[in-house]
Structures are given as structure tokens and as C-alpha cells.
Design a protein around this ligand. Structure first.
Ligand SMILES: Cc1cc2nc3c(=O)[nH]c(=O)nc-3n(C[C@H](O)[C@H](O)[C@H](O)COP(=O)(O)OP(=O)(O)OC[C@H]3O[C@@H](n4cnc5c(N)ncnc54)[C@H](O)[C@@H]3O)c2cc1C
Length: 437
């Protein structure tokens, strides 16, 4: 039975540990006092606060489904929630107040367009509609000879046109990623972006067709705190294999073994922590040619602000405008009633990219729709691992160098990928399969 150290008890490390624990001796190191990493939710004033995002289950694949089913009773605990998201426009872009009737309850003083935006072009002012229609005809005319777009900006413009790019896709994504969308490769968000043709968009708008083009019309959610429930179950199963409050500071080679923090010997290592820390932690010469590239990788953090919100029918509200520093309100109180406590109106999370100090948060909230009232907040320094054109290949090369030594990388920050929980679970299982065989 070989000894394996797993670094990081986020969903990736926990998945790898559970998958290997019957055939190997595993130890999981976690620097924090709790496991779960980005997938954690906590209780704040009796309500469920997801410290990062919504922890909803998206694009669930067969492998991750089987893994999750081995942990929780999907029939009893998991509900399927219909996505009801809206995009907020506050500068008179939406023409017809009667369309607000499409929202079961109107958000005060705002003009929301249901998401996905390309299905609801008919809601904009006539001059905006005309510009979008002209864009779609231009796209259609070029469809046959067009080279496939390689970057996020060129993709959005090629699929939806300049007008929708300027109104929504550009400003919203720039707010989230704080990056030049002309430099982010499309491959980074592979499988997550819709690819409707221009004629399908036109047809849907003629017919007010409710068929949504985006991949995620519904999502799954564990009624006991989202992905935290999966984390709790894994923590319970792993027992004392999990070492909390245990930061891995260095990993070296000694006598054909890996030595963690100068004391504990292992045959193999699965690294699920941040790639940025690796050149400092890993004390072998082979990592050094990668150090400069890794240090220059771009990343962002997230400030998640837990609030009371006015009652509304939405799951998420997107805020592309410059009026608000936040980019999204996730109405987790609408996922399931038990996410709210009895004395709260309803709760949700306002999401800001990067660090925002509390006084600025409170000021921003006063200007936002749904009258958010501050409860608490968390800042997480590393949440978005932004790729450039060379990232995938460089990480693949690094893996090729490390794997013969029995050193593996898996996880959102370890592989510098934009994984959701299911993708992280899948990737961890794939990594473990390559160890087992
Ligand atoms: C804003 C936001 C919203 C999201 N929303 C959703 C969503 O709605 N649905 C969804 O499916 N996914 C969502 N995701 C993605 C999901 O949260 C991640 O894919 C998943 O949690 C990544 O898990 P991980 O284990 O790969 O990484 P992490 O969760 O980052 O785990 C890494 C762990 O390593 C530990 N660690 C770091 N350094 C060390 C060290 N030196 N020693 C020991 N331990 C260390 C960290 O403390 C951490 O616990 C969201 C992500 C973000 C950022």
C-alpha cells in the first residue's frame, strides 16, 4: 500500500482522497481550520452563506454524479432549480414597461431583461433592436467564411454582435474577470458558452421563444447547504486521514521518497493547492524553468457579501453597468426557503471581484437594487485563475515533468482552470485513475 499525501482539502483533494483511501494510505493536508476551500458555506445569523458563489451543481457529468450519489441521497436531498436570472439595465435601454410583467414581481426602479439576453432582444428600445438586428445580419452574411474566434471578446462579438457586446457581454465579463477579454483564450471557458446561430437568435425573438440557448436551464442544489454537504460527508468518511490547520510549506525529495514539511515521507503527492505557491514549496530543480511563467499568471479574488434582500423571484441578477461595482446578486434565499432564517426578509450574496473594504461595501449596497442590508462578508484572495494562450500547454508540460516522480496536479488553482464543482470532481477522479493504473 503506497503512501500518498494530498495537499489541499477543497473538493478536489477530498475527492482524490476518498477515491484512493481503500487502496492507498492517504493523508490530506489542509491549511485552514475547515475543509471545503471555495465550496464552503457557513451559517450567518441562522441563514446559509456561500462564501464563494452559489455552490449550485452545474453541467453534472456521469462520473461526478456517481461520485456524489455515493455520498448523498440525490433523490431526498437534491432539488432541481429552474434558473430565473435577469440582467439589469438602468439607463433606459429597455423600451416596454409592459414586459416587466414577465417578471412575476417587479424589481423596484430597475429595468431587467431575462437571461439569456439574446432571447430577449425584443425588449430593448427600437433603435437598440435595429442595431442588434443589423449586427445579426452581418454575422449571418459572414458565417460561412468566418475563422473560428480564439478569444472571449472575438467570440462574443462574432456570436452576438458589437451592440450586445458593448451593452452586456463586454462590460459584464470585464467586471468579473478584471481582464482584457481580447487576451483570454476561448478554450478557458470551453463547454460553458452558448453557440446559437444568428438565424436561431432572430427566430427566437420573432416568436418570443422560451427555448433557452444557454447550457444551464436548471441547476441542482443540495438543500443542506449546497456543496458544503458533500464536503461534510467527505470529511466524515476521511476521519483522521484529514489534517486541518496543517499548511504544507515544503516538499522535498529524500531517498526516493517525498518529504512533506521535513518530517513525513510519502511515495506520491497529489497537489490540489495553488499553482502560484508551487515553485516555493516544491524543492526540486525541475520546477524552476516554470517558476517565472507561474509567477506571472493572472488571478483574481472575490469579495462575497451576505445580505438581507427584498423579496424577488430571481436566482441571479447580473449587473453589467458601471453604476455598481458588484457584478452579481445571487439570491440563494430563493433556492430553498430554509436558506433564510425566520426573522430575515430573504438572503443572498452580492459578489464583487477582488478586495473591497467593508466601508466601501456598505456604501455600494446603499446604491444597489433589492435594498441589500449587510450581514457579513468574506474575501478570498484566489478565486479566478485567468488563463492566457500558453497556460494549458505549460501546465500540461509541467505535469509531464512531475508525473514520472509521482507528483500530480489536480484542482481549480493547481491546474489553473475555471472548474465548477463537478468539473473539479471529474478532474480529480481522472487524476486518481492515472495513479491507480
Ligand atoms: C466566485 C465563485 C463562484 C462559484 N460558483 C460555483 C457554483 O455555483 N457551482 C459550482 O459547481 N462551482 C462554483 N465555483 C467553483 C467551485 O467553487 C470550485 O470549482 C471548487 O470549489 C474548486 O475546488 P478545489 O478543491 O479545486 O480548489 P479549492 O477549493 O481552492 O481548494 C484548495 C484547498 O487547498 C488548501 N491549501 C492551499 N494551500 C495549501 C497549503 N500550502 N497547504 C495545505 N492546504 C492548502 C486551501 O485552503 C483549499 O482548501 C465557484 C467558484 C468561484 C470562485
Amino acid at each position: 500500500m503506497s503512501k500518498i499525501a494530498i495537499i489541499g482539502a477543497g473538493i478536489s483533494g477530498l475527492t482524490a482522497a476518498k477515491t484512493l483511501m481503500d487502496s492507498h494510505e492517504v493523508t490530506v493536508y489542509e491549511r485552514n481550520e475547515t475543509a471545503g476551500g471555495l465550496a464552503q458555506s457557513v451559517k450567518a445569523e441562522g441563514c446559509v452563506f456561500h462564501i464563494c458563489g452559489a455552490n449550485s451543481m452545474k453541467n453534472i457529468y456521469e462520473t461526478s454524479r456517481q461520485f456524489i450519489e455515493s455520498l448523498i441521497d440525490m433523490d431526498e436531498e437534491v432539488i432541481e432549480i429552474k434558473r430565473n436570472s435577469a440582467i439589469l439595465f438602468e439607463n433606459g435601454e429597455v423600451s416596454k414597461p409592459e414586459f416587466h410583467g414577465m417578471f412575476k414581481k417587479k424589481i423596484t426602479e430597475i429595468e431587467g431583461v431575462p437571461s439569456p439576453i439574446e432571447n430577449h432582444i425584443y425588449m430593448f428600445k427600437p433603435e437598440i433592436q435595429q442595431r442588434i438586428i443589423a449586427d445579426l445580419f452581418r454575422i449571418k452574411a459572414k458565417e460561412k467564411n468566418k475563422r473560428a474566434p480564439k478569444f472571449l471578446a472575438t467570440y462574443f462579438k462574432a456570436k452576438f454582435g458589437q451592440t450586445l457586446y458593448d451593452m452586456y457581454f463586454g462590460p459584464y465579463n470585464e467586471k468579473v474577470w478584471h481582464s482584457d477579454l481580447h487576451k483570454i483564450p476561448l478554450t478557458w471557458l470551453e463547454g460553458r458558452l452558448a453557440a446559437p446561430t444568428a438565424d436561431k437568435i432572430i427566430f427566437a425573438n420573432f416568436n418570443h421563444d422560451k427555448t433557452k440557448f444557454r447550457c444551464e436551464k436548471t441547476f441542482l442544489y443540495d438543500i443542506n447547504g449546497g456543496a458544503q454537504r458533500i464536503v461534510n460527508k467527505l470529511v466524515e468518511i476521511l476521519g483522521d486521514r484529514l489534517r486541518l490547520n496543517n499548511t504544507v510549506q515544503n516538499i522535498a525529495r529524500r531517498d526516493g521518497k517525498w518529504l512533506v514539511n521535513g518530517t513525513d515521507e510519502y511515495d506520491q503527492i497529489i497537489y490540489c493547492a495553488n499553482l502560484k505557491y508551487l515553485p516555493k514549496i516544491l524543492q526540486i530543480a525541475e520546477i524552476q524553468p516554470f517558476a517565472e511563467y507561474i509567477s506571472a499568471l493572472k488571478s483574481h479574488g472575490t469579495t462575497s457579501v451576505f445580505c438581507e434582500l427584498s423579496k424577488n423571484p430571481y436566482t441571479e441578477i447580473y449587473l453589467p453597468g458601471k453604476e455598481h461595482r458588484a457584478h452579481k446578486i445571487i439570491c440563494t434565499g430563493n433556492f430553498i426557503d430554509t436558506n433564510n432564517s425566520e426573522n430575515h426578509r430573504m438572503t443572498g450574496t452580492v459578489e464583487f471581484t477582488d478586495y473591497v473594504p467593508e466601508d466601501e461595501i456598505r456604501l455600494e449596497l446603499t446604491r444597489m437594487p433589492l435594498n441589500p442590508v449587510y450581514i457579513t462578508h468574506r474575501y478570498t484572495e484566489y478565486t479566478h485563475a485567468i488563463q492566457d494562450v500558453d497556460t494549458r500547454e505549460t501546465v500540461a508540460n509541467l505535469k509531464k515533468v512531475l508525473q514520472p516522480w509521482g507528483f500530480y496536479l489536480t484542482g481549480l488553482l493547481a491546474e489553473w482552470e475555471q472548474y465548477n464543482v463537478n468539473q473539479a470532481i471529474n478532474a480529480a477522479i481522472r487524476t486518481v485513475e492515472s495513479i491507480k493504473n
